[in-house]
Design a binder for this molecule. Sequence first.
Ligand code: PLP
Length: 418
Amino acid sequence: MTASQTSAGPAGLDYQRVFEDAVAGLKAEGRYRVFAELQRRAGAFPKADHYGLAGDNGPGEVTVWCSNDYLGMGQHPDVLAAMKAAIDKCGAGAGGTRNISGTNHLHVLLEDELAALHGKEAALLFTSGYISNEATLSTIAKLVPDCVVLSDQLNHASMIAGIRNSGAEKHVFRHNDVEHLDQLMGRLPKDRPKLVAFESVYSMDGDFAPIAEICDVADRHGAMTYLDEVHAVGLYGPHGGGVAERDGVMHRLTVIEGTLAKAYGVMGGYITGSAALCDTVRSFAASFIFTTALPPSLAAGALTSIRHLKTSSLERDRQKEQVAKVRARLDAVGIPHLPNESHIVPVMVGDPVRCKRISDRLLEQYNIYVQPINYPTVPRGTERLRVTPSPLHTDADIDHLIGALASIWAAVGLRQAA
Ligand code: PLP
């Protein structure tokens, strides 16, 4: 054993044992995560090669039903061409932080495009949506003197981390409960600065925030608003500007945050807002300043994807059709799913062990990949399969998924509705 692998700690503590016990606890609860080893096939979305089942015949083909590349833009020929051209032109990496030789012309073009998409003065790019939330919330809630953050109960871990890192006082309002938000803000001193942080589409239940009503309450209390549109950009609104664009309320939000990794199919995160706010985050946020910039090829791919989805609704329209078909077919075979108006279809299992078993059987017997979603991502007792139909899933894919689920459902001891 090398020094770095040593087990012996002070007072007889066995370091390795601590790690083994932590993982054993997860396994005992049925919520130990196993990664599916896939290789996505460019041009064949949503098909992928699966290496976990590899035998003498090599990897098997699976149909992926849980991708966040919601529209298959990660394989769009224009996006791939733009990325390849950028690699040929600029090389592989950015070469530094934005501050020290890493700002590429493509980053600036992309920020201009994002600001325009959301009708804001400015935008700022980050290496992921997670970092954009952490960096921005931690910076603005810290810089505004005596700021209080009002945070939706179901906000993403990256928003929670940002708020925590700001050191600001935080109050959690019940999920999408505008009255509760109003009450909580009403109890705070009128002259205290406030920031309301929430999402537009909640990724596990697929429900929408009442954005306009939240803005009304925020306005009454003189609060700033921070909206995470990670699961909505590219998908909602006539230009893919998100739910706030669809609802005509983009101008009412202080910050709109998004990702380039889901509907846009690439990678990276961003905020849009006033020039002063973006400049402040650019100047003060450690997780923006002290990290290498996004590779130019990713910026080029994202730029092409955004521009495409700004003018093409084809992908969004076809996705809606396929989502509606999946829901109708689930209803027809009595398999429960959470009703919502979004593109996310949560198939409810309610038990971590069964959820994993269904997912395993789908993969092993039907070549269908849907990851089980367990605690802490969702509350215990609400374990689910989060199905994300795309415009590229065919009707035959849907037939196969529903047939497989119907066969497995009873076999794992779950009841189908009459
Ligand atoms: N915000 C929300 C609501 C998310 O669900 C996620 C990731 O799934 C993120 C932010 C992080 O985005 P990214 O994957 O680009 O880091």
